[in-house]
Design a protein around this ligand. Structure first.
Ligand code: NDP
Length: 263
């Protein structure tokens, strides 16, 4: 199947690690130009240099900033426009989860988490919308989590925020149709930097990576018996972002190894 991404331009927020990194690579392999951002400049520059070496300097753009800084996001969108003459695809991926129960979550934690989850969508969408509307293949794909429908009390504010984001995306899919398609993926557990950090901080430091991940998959009762690979999320994101998914909008695709309990 031809995804028809050749010569298209995609922005991937949080493109220096995990799912965003795998998605940027997947889009480049499909022939798209790719612009990535993340806060950490050093890691981002390494990724940019690797991609530029493999796919060509002219197909890659990278800039370090937080997606919560609207002025920076707008400047980035303008740079993408100057460099590539527009943008067809926006993947809103940047972010991380917050582990805390209701008792452990301060008012500031709530404000921070709600800001991260909503404005990591809103800022890039606002900034890219004129370019996406001008494209003949405008598409937004948001990275979200099963927590939106299956809240976990130990991630109370992340779960609540993710639910609100899913609601927002549904509204956007209607408001932006027919010019821009809006879809999302709902992740279960995908092996990325986030889980690596939790593995590094494991209680029993004698546990190997395989043991710790195996135990996690068993504890979470994942029917496919393992965590997902970032590439497995990237392939779904790339498909939903592509003209090959031209009749799909307002949809959500679970990438979870079957772990969801809702129908
Ligand atoms: P990683 O930590 O591997 O990657 C996160 C990426 O986002 C990094 O490039 C990071 O770079 C960037 N980032 C984080 N915050 C910001 C910010 N404010 N502005 C710009 N860039 C930012 O994690 P994953 O690949 O797992 O996460 C990707 C997305 O998937 C996240 O939104 C996460 O919450 C979500 N998710 C992941 C799950 C999983 O199991 N992996 C489950 C459910 C959801 P830097 O730190 O340098 O800014």
């Amino acid at each position: 199947m031809d995804l028809q991404l050749n010569y298209k331009t995609a922005i991937v927020t949080g493109g220096s690690s995990g799912i965003g990194l795998a998605t940027a690579r997947c889009l480049l392999e499909e022939g798209a130009n790719v612009a990535i951002c993340a806060r950490g400049a050093e890691r981002l520059e390494k990724v940019r240099a690797d991609f530029a070496g493999e796919f060509g300097e002219d197909r890659v753009l990278a800039k370090a900033f937080s997606v919560l800084d609207r002025a920076e996001v707008e400047a980035f969108a303008a740079e993408v426009n100057d460099r590539f003459g527009g943008c067809d695809v926006l993947i809103t991926n940047a972010g991380q989860g917050r582990v805390s129960t209701f008792a452990d979550t301060s008012e500031q934690d709530w404000r921070d988490e709600l800001e991260l989850k909503f404005f990591s969508q809103l800022n890039p969408i606002h900034a890219c919308l004129p370019m996406l509307k001008a494209s003949d293949a405008g598409a937004i794909v948001a990275v979200n989590s099963l927590l939106a429908y299956q809240p976990e009390p130990h991630m109370v504010c992340t779960s609540a925020a993710r639910s609100g984001v899913q609601n927002l995306l549904k509204s956007l899919s209607v408001e932006l149709a027919p010019k821009v398609r809006v879809n999302s993926i709902l992740l279960g557990l995908v092996d990325s930097q986030q889980w690596q950090r939790r593995f590094d901080a494991r209680e029993d430091q004698s546990q190997s990576r395989a043991e710790w991940y195996g135990q996690l998959a068993a504890k979470k009762k994942i029917p496919l018996g393992r965590l997902g690979d970032p590439q497995e999320a990237a392939r779904a994101l790339t498909f939903l972002a592509s003209p090959a998914a031209s009749y799909i909008t307002g949809a959500q695709l679970e990438i979870s190894g079957g772990v969801s309990r809702f129908a």
